[in-house]
Design a protein around this ligand. Structure first.
Ligand code: PMP
Length: 401
């Protein structure tokens, strides 16, 4: 039986010709998100926080209510701890630009992992270069799990920041954040979590996790592109200087000096993505209203079914076999470049991602140029998997021939 959530996604219904298995890159949008964005532009559009007119008040109220909705979803203590960004990349860059200078100096270290997306590596490389610190990376085991002994060995009093993904976009590995955060806290390091791949599939409670920062993107959790958020613990955000500057983030500007707006506006220079924030709140409302636990069970079933099915295909190896995974399935085929496999799947109406998945250090560690990656969502089902497996088998024969 088709999962009933399918009906909520117009593109999935209308594009039945495609088995969309590229959800780790971006998800499709439910009808209510499309409507929220459209209705905002049709009925409420105005700039926020500024004008003395009713439309602007309405837009501001909707925009700030969206922040509240997101704060509640992640259990932030207050909406002040939610800073709008363009997405995960910008959120991590914000921390690297505004927090790193407070703590990094000569001899200090930032600890990332070999599992990370480039957007949780490159900002730290730049910050380390700027402040004389060193970037180190925790090794990954062949299963795609972090080598926790290596993590403990590399974690020391000079480690000022630990930056780690919640769920790997390339392999699906779910990291043991509880242990990682406890160990990092024991040496006094701040913890930045890249939650890009977690928000659509798991309940995230930033207070229970105890992380200092948590970054995520709307478009990977059924919301529009160009909007995301950084959760930061209030005292951390208070201590940090602004990063981008201009309008919206000020309290009083004189030519001689400027005072800054209160949280979270201090970090939100310029006109924000108002429609995006409203769309993100609509996506959160959607996740709050569905039976999220049932969706998780369904996604786990699709992942398990896909794993078992692909294991039957000769010459195919699954990459990433951690016991706890998000709905991501990476694989390679003997004597075939992932791009060629991806092209042949596309010709058969199966949309997957191929390549290094913005995780080149991980591919280097695994000794492969890339993988073919199928990533699932609540609207995928066993039929999509069957289509993929048939297409993979056919691609196998074509590539050998
Ligand atoms: N981190 C991870 C784990 C990701 O999967 C992605 C997106 N592929 C990003 C960061 C970057 O997200 P965005 O491009 O939305 O900023």
């Amino acid at each position: 039986m088709k999962p009933h959530w399918r009906d909520d996604f117009p593109l999935i219904v209308e594009r039945g010709d495609v088995a969309y298995l590229d959800n780790a890159a971006t998800t499709q949008k439910p009808q209510r998100v499309l409507e929220a964005v459209r209705d905002y532009y049709r009925c409420t559009n105005a700039n926020v926080h500024r004008a003395a007119h009713r439309l602007s008040d309405d837009a501001t109220r909707a925009f700030e209510a969206a922040r509240q909705t997101v704060a509640q979803r992640i259990n932030a203590r207050t909406a002040k701890e939610v800073v709008w960004t363009r997405g995960t990349t910008e959120a991590i860059n914000l921390v690297a630009a505004a927090y790193a200078p407070l703590v990094l100096g000569e001899g200090d270290e930032v600890l990332v992992t070999e599992l990370e997306h480039h957007s949780n590596i490159v900002p730290w490389q730049l910050a380390c270069a700027r402040y004389g610190a060193t970037l180190r990376a925790v090794s990954v085991l062949p299963s795609g799990e972090l080598d926790m002994a290596d993590f403990q060995a590399k974690l020391r009093e000079h480690t000022k920041i630990v930056a780690v993904g919640h769920v790997s976009n390339a392999l699906g590995t779910v990291n043991d954040l509880e242990t990682i955060i406890a160990l990092a806290k024991a040496v006094g390091a701040a913890v930045v979590v890249d939650g890009a791949q977690a928000m659509a599939h798991f309940d995230v409670d930033v207070q229970a996790l105890g992380c200092d920062f948590y970054a995520f993107s709307g478009h990977k959790m059924y919301a529009p592109t160009g909007i995301g958020a950084l959760y930061g613990r209030e005292e951390m955000l208070q201590a940090m200087p602004p990063w981008q500057t201009g309008g919206e983030m000020i309290e009083r500007v004189r030519i001689e000096a400027t005072t800054y707006a209160a949280l979270p506006f201090k970090f939100e220079a310029g006109t924000p993505n108002i429609a995006g924030a409203i769309g993100l709140a609509a996506a959160v409302d959607y996740l709050n209203d569905i039976d999220f636990a049932a969706a998780q069970v369904h996604e786990a079933d699709v992942l398990a079914y896909a794993t078992a099915s692909l294991q039957q295909v000769e010459g195919l190896s699954i990459v990433g076999t951690a016991p706890h995974k998000g709905p991501v399935l990476s694989f390679v085929m003997d004597d075939a470049h992932p791009h060629d496999v991806g092209t042949l799947l596309d010709q058969q109406g199966v949309a997957v991602r191929t390549g290094h998945h913005c995780a080149m250090p991980l591919m280097d560690r695994l000794g492969i140029p890339g993988t073919v990656r199928a990533s699932f969502s609540l609207y995928n089902d066993r039929d999509d998997v069957n289509r993929m497996v048939a297409a993979v088998r056919k691609a196998g024969t074509m590539l050998v021939a």
